[in-house]
Design a protein around this ligand. Structure first.
Ligand code: GAL
Length: 682
């Protein structure tokens, strides 16, 4: 049964089309501000993210405030039907505030960062916290009731700073020590045991001895990362409380990058909707397929954080992102195809960085809808406006579900644990493994949500557990619940290594997962050279004939599971490489080695079949993106060709054009960079 979700902005049954808008950089050119509002309407913009870096304009001195210019922005945009996602300006602070050393982050060598830049605040600074809370509260009080207010954009891309925003000032270090006291119930012996700090004689006799400077202590380094992550969460809560003192409008913060700076699941649970900034590396080469797959992976991360609900693409570049090695122009049509791919992946809108490029400053070359005060009759503007018109016709998609029968566990605590732990460093990081698995579903048009280890897994027919090295409390029980609900669950050999403190799991790998998998503790793991592979003997067709193990070969012991592939070479010939075990109403699978992508894709396709998962189309040509979104009674099929060459895609009969209502042929001829959205009754 298809579900429909409420729109990210309550009551707005319309795709959002917007972007970062920095009118404070153009206050000396009022004619351009008028032009902005007029052109936003022409481009079909419905949302502008305002105020992101406006602190100095709003509060030019400790006791002076200027909201008049922002009032005028609200009025101008409202008159053109453009809503406002109002940002709190905490990502960059005014120099008068930065002059106070207390608010500037301290590096690990004890020096303070210079004023300037962005994100360089010390999150425990009382002065900074009070200043943030005050400006947020004033903004909330002033604009809570404004009809143009759509919602709140807290700060900007938390974690996007040097050293991931870690501050080593005495107050932060004391805060870390207090955090540890609470975590270990004031029991220093418990901490010493959990971290095995007898190693190299690092046992602590006093909480005050614990400083985040000992890279040989894995438990310490993991805890430090977690404390820094909790500080981000704490700032989100601080800002949320200030906003909520006056406004009930929905709150988000824009996430970005590889999402390993902080625990995004914990932050997402504080938000009304999640949003992401996506800048794929598109350069017109065959590597674009990887960039498109990676973008789709992050769409899946957003769905996972949102519990399957729609989310918002908060930033993307309509032309040339500046932070790429080559600033190649997006070819005509590419912006539309890439943008609709995010809508297909669950975004209920498309927003940009940024509306109008600044005249100077570090991002003056970054592609924007409008470039400085240059003529506005440009190809980029026309393409943005055409997309705006398309999005306006896609109101029916707002709130539509992305039916995701697959859940891939991608947990940042495992990323951190692997990073701080010595050993096995040549094997891929958890997120890379998750991305490799996700790509196999991406290419078949199947939505796979990336979920953290704290998430409920029972909504998935197939659960993939790749590289979940650290077992969060309750994770094994969540796997067991998915099995009890009848799921197929695939666990790999890089999962189940550590307890929640990064100590080797009791009883050996894969710890509490072993019983669910019908396995005993693994004995050893061989790590292969990059030029080595080990042939597998396969039974039952779960892997293609001629499959080889690459990367690593785990030497596991069966304890109830059956072997469906075994190593055919090396001193461990005959030992199992792939196993299956029935548990509850479901089936658990264990893959002891890595596979080349075609063999992995084969295995995942067979598991999807076993889980009763049907891809939206039987055949998808290489490089084409196909995704479905579903409303009660209506299906939308996105068929996108982000590559230069033309392709034919068989979609079968009965579809019409969601953007024009014409009946569509059963085989689509898609030109290079062309995108189609089809619809039919469900
Ligand atoms: C984003 C950031 C924006 C801008 C943009 C440039 O990550 O949020 O403020 O810097 O990158 O690509």
């Amino acid at each position: 049964m298809a579900t429909s979700f409420p729109p990210v902005v309550p009551g707005r049954f319309q795709m959002l089309h917007g972007g970062d808008y920095n009118p404070e950089q153009w206050r000396h050119r009022p004619e351009l501000l008028d032009e902005d509002a007029r052109l936003m309407r022409r481009a079909g913009m419905t949302a502008a993210s305002v105020g992101i870096f406006s602190w100095a304009a709003l509060q030019p001195g400790p006791d002076s405030w200027d909201f008049a210019w922002l009032d005028a922005v609200f009025a101008r945009l409202q008159a053109q039907g453009v809503g406002i996602l109002l940002a709190t300006p905490s990502a960059a602070r005014p120099l008068w505030l930065a002059e106070d050393a207390e608010v500037r982050r301290m590096r690990s060598d004890g020096t303070r960062e210079d004023p300037g830049g962005r994100h360089s605040f010390c999150a425990t600074s009382p002065r900074w916290r009070a200043a943030v809370a005050e400006i947020d509260r004033r903004l909330a009080e002033r604009y809570a009731g404004h009809p143009a207010l759509l919602g709140w954009h807290i700060s900007n891309e938390f974690g996007g700073a040097a050293e991931n925003g870690r501050c080593h000032c005495p107050r932060c270090i004391a805060g870390f020590q207090g955090w540890l006291r609470r975590r270990f119930g004031d029991d220093l012996d418990a901490l010493n045991r959990a971290w095995n700090s007898a190693f190299w004689s690092h046992s602590y006799q006093d909480w005050a001895q614990i400083r985040p400077c000992d890279r040989s202590n894995d438990g310490l380094m993991l805890a430090w990362q977690r404390w820094c992550s909790d500080l981000v969460l704490d700032v989100v809560r601080l800002e949320k409380a200030a906003i909520r003192s006056a406004s009930a409008a929905p709150i988000t913060t824009n996430m970005h990058g590889p999402m390993d700076f902080y625990d995004h699941g914990a932050v997402a649970r504080e938000l009304d909707f999640v949003s992401y900034d996506c800048y794929p590396d598109i350069d017109g080469s065959p590597r674009d397929a990887e960039a498109v797959a990676a973008a789709s992976f992050y769409d899946g991360c957003m769905r996972g954080l949102a519990g399957g609900r729609p989310w918002l693409l908060m930033e993307s570049c309509p032309s040339q992102p500046q932070y790429k090695p080559r600033m190649r122009l997006k070819r005509p049509g590419m912006h539309r195809a890439l943008s609709l791919a995010h809508v297909a992946g669950g975004s209920d809108g498309v927003c940009y960085f940024q509306w109008r490029a600044g005249s100077n400053g570090h991002e003056k070359h970054h592609g924007a809808v409008l470039m400085q005060d240059a003529p506005t009759d440009t190809r980029v503007f026309r393409e943005v406006a055409e997309l705006g018109a398309d999005l306006a016709r896609l109101g029916g998609v707002v709130g539509a579900a992305c039916p995701a029968p697959v859940g891939i566990v991608c947990d940042v605590h495992s990323t951190w644990a692997r990073r701080v732990s010595g050993g096995f460093q040549g094997e891929p990081a958890p997120a890379e493994l998750a991305m490799t698995h996700h790509r196999c579903f991406h290419e078949r048009g199947i939505h796979a949500d990336l979920v953290d280890a704290d998430s409920d897994l029972t909504r998935f027919a197939l659960v993939v557990v790749p590289g979940v090295a650290l077992l969060r409390p309750g994770f094994a029980a969540r796997i067991e619940a998915a099995l009890a609900a009848g799921a197929q669950v695939l666990v790999d050999a890089l999962s189940g290594w550590y307890d929640d403190e990064a100590a080797i799991v009791a009883g050996g790998r894969p710890g509490p997962l072993a019983g669910l998998l019908g396995l005993g503790a693994s004995e050893e793991m061989d790590v292969l050279r990059t030029d080595e592979r080990v042939a597998l003997t396969v039974t039952g067709g779960w892997l293609p004939a001629g499959t080889h193990a690459i990367g690593h070969c785990d030497l596991m012991r069966l304890a109830g599971a059956e072997a469906l592939a075994s190593y055919a070479g090396e001193f461990y010939a005959g030992r199992p490489a792939l196993t299956r075990h029935r548990h509850g109403a479901g089936t658990s699978w264990y893959l002891g080695c890595r596979l080349e992508r075609p063999a992995l894709a084969h295995l995942l396709a067979r598991l999807a079949d076993a889980a009763g998962i049907r891809p939206p189309l039987p055949e998808i040509p290489a490089g084409v993106v196909v995704r479905e979104r579903i409303q009660p009674g209506r299906r939308y099929l996105f068929v996108l060709n982000p590559q230069p060459q033309a392709v034919q895609v068989g979609v079968g009969p009965g579809w019409s054009d969601a953007l024009g209502e014409a009946a569509m042929p059963a085989t689509l001829d898609l030109a290079g960079h062309q995108a189609q959205v089809l619809t039919r009754p469900a």
